[in-house]
Ligand binder design. Structure first.
Ligand code: NAD
Length: 274
């Protein structure tokens, strides 16, 4: 199955479907990533905070997959804000990953109370200029944080990775992203597999399309233009989550899923976290 790509504002193409490794045990990460690569995933989303970059690197090295067929994202840990530190931390990530560059480096959280995300972003521009991060972006940024970067720096983030699932459909950010050519990455795309997947609306769509509720939700993201990287430790589910490119939801179906929005977050509030 060919995974569609999204063109970023820096001209690079990112696979729209990947594999996330949040809460994957560092001791088993190499095996899990290897299993995901076997399924066909070529885009891996990790972070310094997850403590499992080494496992990701191990799997990449033993897979024999050419580097230019892989998309690897990592994120700066919260205690690493600052222009110089952001670049130093990336060097440490590259050592753990066994790579000379990542495809995408993200500021994991804006930490507005500390108020150093603007200078941190300048460190990201340095890392990009040094060739160590081919694309740079942010995560968990709200509109005012994006507006400050636009006003005070010269690079628009290529992506903003935010919590996004049918119960939190991020209308305000989507509109801002569209206006400023920022790609939307959706974290916890299936709501961490909790109550959301039991919604009767999803059961109905799953029955009609012959797919599972998780596949319906992931397909919804793809048709919205989101980039997703569902996580699973289970190879059957990794496969299930990958098999979402062979069916289409109607506009009515998409609208029905959007009606599940409650505004409730799974994760912390980006305005105060970190
Ligand atoms: P997710 O929405 O991908 O859900 C994963 C969980 O759902 C699994 O642990 C499993 O319990 C269940 N699941 C997986 N496949 C299923 C299926 N087919 N059917 C039923 N249940 C299934 O949640 P996530 O891991 O939080 O998010 C995905 C990725 O997003 C992470 O791995 C990470 O890479 C990224 N992320 C980023 C941030 C951030 O702050 N930037 C925060 C959280 C997650």
């Amino acid at each position: 199955m060919t995974v569609p790509t999204t063109k970023l504002n820096d001209g690079r193409e990112i696979p729209q479907l990947g594999f996330g490794v949040f809460q994957v045990d560092p001791d088993t990460t190499a095996d899990k990533v290897q299993a995901a690569l076997d399924v066909g995933y070529r885009h891996i989303d990790t972070a310094q905070m997850y403590g499992n970059e080494e496992g990701v690197g191990k799997a990449l090295a033993s897979s024999g997959i050419p580097r230019d067929q892989l998309w690897i994202t990592t994120k700066l840990d919260n205690d690493g804000h600052g222009r110089g530190t952001a670049a130093e931390r990336l060097d440490q990530s590259l050592t753990r990953l066994g790579l000379d560059h990542v495809d995408l480096y993200l500021i994991h959280w804006p930490r507005p109370a500390e108020d150093r995300y603007v200078e941190t972003w300048q460190g990201f521009e340095d890392a990009r200029d040094a060739g160590k991060a081919r694309s740079i972006g942010v995560s968990n940024f709200q509109v005012p944080h994006l507006e400050r970067l636009a006003k005070e720096t010269s690079t628009v983030p290529a992506v903003n990775q935010v919590e996004f699932h049918p119960q939190l459909v991020q209308r305000e950010l989507r509109e801002y992203h569209q206006q400023h050519d920022i790609a939307t990455e959706a974290w916890s795309p299936i709501g961490q597999g909790k109550g959301l997947l039991e919604a009767p609306e999803l059961a109905e769509l799953a029955g009609r399309t012959g797919k599972s509720p998780a596949q319906v939700v992931l397909r919804w993201h793809i048709q919205l233009g989101n980039i997703v990287f569902p996580k699973s430790n289970n190879p059957d589910r990794m496969k299930e989550n990958f098999e979402i490119l062979d069916f289409t939801l109607s506009d009515d179906d998409l609208a029905k899923i959007e009606q599940l929005h409650t505004g409730e977050r799974i994760g912390p509030d980006p305005d105060t976290f970190g």
